[in-house]
Ligand binder design. Structure first.
Ligand SMILES: Cc1cc2nc3c(=O)[nH]c(=O)nc-3n(C[C@H](O)[C@H](O)[C@H](O)COP(=O)(O)O)c2cc1C
Length: 163
């Protein structure tokens, strides 16, 4: 069993979760920022991590997902400013799933990720960002230790499923 953990991170939150994901993998593994992935063959499972941006998957990760070989087993993880379990993060996972129509999606994990208050203030003025930006004010301690622990549990479940 060989696992790739790849991620895109703009401000470090998803990178932090990616590291916890990588550390929790107990088989042969690699971790690479999405811009550095070259060969895609030979992975039994690929974890793809991204920050939710504008309710969706950032372009760099979206492009990568489209290059994965047909039938590839994947698991998604994301960080987002909005509340967990709500419609906003769900929308981004639905976008990821639609990009992965030819892949085998084993599961997904999301947790909150802090947003710079100055960025929130700026984005609150834009109607398309107002709703999540308002929610993001409560994410200033995330991802936290509990988030990283849950991420590790998610990894165990996904690796189990990939066998
Ligand atoms: C330009 C921009 C757009 C964002 N859009 C959303 C969004 O639509 N929904 C959401 O919940 N969070 C949104 N966020 C918050 C990020 O998803 C969150 O802070 C995430 O943890 C950032 O991850 P990173 O540090 O790995 O880049 C946005 C942040 C930025 C800067």
């Amino acid at each position: 069993m060989k696992v790739l953990v790849t991620y895109y991170t703009q401000t470090g939150n998803t990178g932090k979760v990616a590291k916890a994901v990588y550390e929790a993998v107990n088989v042969q593994k690699e971790i690479l920022p999405v811009s550095e992935v070259k060969a895609l063959a030979g992975y039994d499972l690929v974890f793809c991590g991204f920050p939710v941006q504008a309710h969706s998957v950032p372009g760099k990760m979206a492009e990568f997902i489209k290059t994965l070989p047909k039938g590839q087993k994947v698991a998604f993880f994301a960080t987002h400013g909005s509340l967990r379990g709500g419609q906003l993060p769900r929308q981004a996972f639905e976008s990821a799933a639609s990009l992965a129509a030819n892949l085998k999606v084993l599961g997904q994990f999301g947790c909150r990720g802090k947003v710079d208050p100055k960025v929130i203030d700026a984005l609150m003025k834009k109607p398309e960002h107002k709703v999540w930006a308002e929610e993001a004010r409560g994410a200033d301690g995330n991802p936290d230790a509990a988030d990283l622990k849950e991420a590790a549990e998610f990894v165990q479940a996904m690796v189990g499923k990939a066998y």
